[in-house]
Design a protein around this ligand. Sequence first.
Ligand SMILES: [Zn+2]
Length: 441
Amino acid sequence: MRYDLVVRSRRAVLPDGTRPAAVAVSGRAIAAVEDYGARLEAGRDVDLGDLVLLPGLVDTHVHVNEPGRTEWEGFATATRAAAVGGVTTICDMPLNSLPPTTSVTALEEKRAAAAGKCWVDVAFWGGAVPGNEASLRPLHEAGVVGFKCFLLDSGVPEFPPLDEAGLRAALGTLAGADALLIAHAEDAAEIKAASGRDFGSFVASRPPVAERRAIEKVIAAAAGTGARAHIVHLSAAECVAMISAAKAAGVRLTAETCPHYLYFAAEQVPDGATEFKSCPPIRDSVNREALWRGLEAGVIDCVVSDHSPCPPELKSFGSGDFGAAWGGIASLQLGLSAVWTVARRRGRTLDDIARWMASAPAGLAGLPAKGRLAVGCDADLVAFDPDEAYVVDPARLYHRHPVTPYAGQTLTGRVRQTWLRGTSLLEGEGEAPVGRLIKRG
Ligand SMILES: [Zn+2]
């Protein structure tokens, strides 16, 4: 058997642990996983030596914003940043683009906008909004990976929130198709208006109880309907116990958190530094520690970026007003390094990283060919130097706008090479974008 590509590493992060291995690729898929020194015939044989071989990461929470708000971010720029950051699959959120992905027609518009521009594989979330119940089944059948809903104002008028009855109705519809509902869980009744340059006041305006009240509603609706529900961007660590109890009681619930909640603490955020604004907010270091413990205990299932950029002027750089600034943090290219920088200090391993950032999100989104170095999976591979430190230089970011709270941070762990379905992305082999638009399953 002659393979197209063999990639060897003394530290290959396989589903059953890290060990020396040779990953053999035929066409676009992993055809065999052999011993590191195995004699294999191949068109190309790459020996990474002590560099780590990771599965390509799967980021299920990315706002690309194209079409309609392409000046915020777009498929070409977002997927290029993803490839450089070791992310080989992204799932695009249904809002901030125009139209939002709340009907099959809108999904088709989005797929047309993305076609031919993507450097990594792209899947799509649908949206659940008031009045689109009839579109949920057709969207599911068209291959979306699940449905996003808000329980409070989303920040854009064309994507309104569900009330409690709407949440229950959507979950009831989705339970029949065994489709997943993901929820932005903050309760408007617990949130106060914020203004000014003081980050502490902004954090206080969106307290943990706002997340708790909304998550309670999601748990009750999931328990009542038997549907699968997922909490996006969990920030308030006090909710970990409640999520754990719901899971133990058999509610079909999962949760994610994001690199910025695991890396930053509110005490470090300078006044007026609106590049740190997200909703829910980055909280204090005590909360950060408790979030890490929830992740390490397996209550929080995955870590994904919530990459949500906008033009610098909407981040209100002029005034630094946390009330006026767009809430969203750009980190698609940096998430792996940011999480690994803290994780290694805590004694965590690259097996943990591969679970949190590749296999678990792939499982969440129903993408069985993604997120694992295993026979039959897509040959999405990342060569990673876990010891190389670097200072984040915004000029080297591929996001459309190089605005990020990580600017100037020293991160550890750098992506050296990325392969998408066997094609190397960072050394000129792929002259044109080779990413595909993919469907659940
Ligand atoms: Zn988001």
